[in-house]
Design a binder for this molecule. Sequence first.
Ligand code: ADP
Length: 458
Amino acid sequence: MSVFEVVNPADESVVTTVEELEAEEVDAAVAKAQAAQRTWAALAPADRAGALRDFAAHVDAHVEELAALEVANAGHPIGQARWEAGNVRDVLTYYSAAPERLLGKQIPVAGGLDITFEEPMGVVGIITPWNFPMPILGWGLGPALAAGNAVLVKPAEWTPLTAMRIAELGAEAGLPAGLFQVLPGKGSVVGEALVDHPDVRKIVFTGSTETGTRVMARAAAHVKRVTLELGGKSANIVFADSDLEQAAASAPYGIFDNAGQDCCARSRILVQRSVYDRFMELFEPAVSGVAVGDPNDEGTEMGPLVSEAHREKVASYVPDDAPVAFRGTAPDGPGWWFPPTVLTPSRDDAVVREEVFGPVVAVLPFDDEADAITLANDSAYGLSGSIWTRDLSRAVRVSRAVEAGNLSVNSHSSVRYSTPFGGFKQSGIGRELGPDAPLQFTETKNVFLAIDSTESPS
Ligand code: ADP
């Protein structure tokens, strides 16, 4: 049994140590989950709904504790961390309605009665990343449990603490033992063991496109179902007819929230050439106004990067000769700080094409609507994006033309638990959240009952 240190990214102190599981231990967890799943799926739908509501209430009672844990583990600002814990509660509450609303169909056919059933898959594996440990866990957990499955979670190595605590809260709230287990360990060990296990029927993976591709290839060996939520290089498109003050004032939140460690980050700002200079004038004070510092301060808007290794990766995109337009501020250290950084690169630079996953944004001018659409779509990714304009027709035209799963007009909001979330192209497969998410965790079974149309003699 090996042990790894969980480190606070804001001051580099060791928060605690966590025992990593070995691959062999995954077998026992799956067997336990299978037994619990049979009990869970056999419950009356109203009882499963009640258990999810109890779980949500127990999370609600521990929002402050979970938020404090995430501040220490991931360096998230306290206000944001509270939102994240509350999001787990809200997602569980939202999907607590699902057990009683997973309706099959009755389909008109000749010679009988045809009915569909939405049956649970069994044991589902959720592999989570380190950027939003709590919400991303909840987005898989809520609908998977609601649909009658057991859930095994492999949290990211750097950020396992909130997932482990949420599993304890589930057990305390009365979920059957083993129904929801957290298995800390390495992606290459525990993650792969989940993907390879024949009795884990589905994998929900959120992380880099590189690792997601490997997960999908391994899952193919078992024709295992996958939902993948991967990288992004989203565009924030600012048209000359927009409310430029508002577009510039809000642009920092589109990229620097969570220190840019967000697959929805608007890491390319495309600005119509006729207002480019004015936008940059307005954007500069907005960037220097981002409050970067101690995550425990209520006023902090941006904390540190998650780890030293990640900080090095982000820094590699800003070499000494990088085209830096301006920067915000950041503490010196200890801690893995990186200031909000605004670049003006050319269209083909690596920083325009690759996901940096840090507080680094590329600003590029465009000529007209067609050029903006071409530029926005000139990416392997297609997760989210924003469109700033006062012209309703343009808002609709551009929204329909941009190849991305989640767009917002005059806003940077990407995620609401009641609406679908996921990407086009290399940003992923499948959709999380929204009313249909439980159907990503069911197998549809069709049953035909032959009916003898002649009356039998009594
Ligand atoms: P990063 O964003 O640091 O590049 P990854 O996308 O590699 O992270 O990791 C996201 C999640 O996937 C983490 O929980 C990680 O442990 C896990 N993981 C990494 N490699 C594998 C793998 N080969 N199989 C399954 N899971 C993995």
